[in-house]
Design a protein around this ligand. Structure first.
Ligand SMILES: [Zn+2]
Length: 144
């Protein structure tokens, strides 16, 4: 790993770094495994708290409201996906203008906590219905 710092202390600093991410193996944990295995089958898998009944997407191991372990996984109705918020990216991470702006939307599901950041296309606006067109990570959605 190498570090390179530009800027002055007390002002905005920019850090250049190289992470050898391919050298490491990361685990997604039991809930993450359920979620990602679901994606392979074209499903959105959430976890359901046995105490309060809340459903979380992506699936997670603990309820943040009841502080209880969650071991119950449910398929979320992906037809009830909608745009909660979005951003438009015009430049790449080097500041170069992109040929086409990229829409990234936070997609949520009815009666479900959490959400997924997805590449979005179509008439992207808050509250619009979203259809998942690709379950490859990161997901892609088409907005009506
Ligand atoms: Zn709960």
């Amino acid at each position: 790993m190498s570090w390179e710092k530009s800027g002055k202390e007390g002002s905005l600093l920019r850090w250049y770094d190289v992470m050898e991410a391919e050298k490491y193996e990361y685990t997604v944990g039991p809930a993450g495994e359920q979620f990602f295995n679901g994606l392979k089958q074209g499903k959105i898998v959430g976890s359901k708290c046995s105490k309060c009944g809340r459903i979380f997407v992506p699936a997670r191991s603990y309820c943040e409201h009841c502080f209880v372990k969650i071991e119950n996984y449910v398929e979320v109705n992906k037809d009830e996906a909608y745009v909660d918020s979005y951003t438009i990216i015009y430049n790449d991470d080097e500041g170069n203008k992109l040929a086409q702006p990229v829409f990234v939307a936070l997609i949520r599901f009815l009666n479900v906590e959490g959400g997924l950041l997805c590449y979005a296309e179509g008439n992207v606006k808050v509250g619009a219905k979203a259809k998942i067109t690709s379950f490859q990570w990161p997901l892609r959605v088409k907005v009506d």
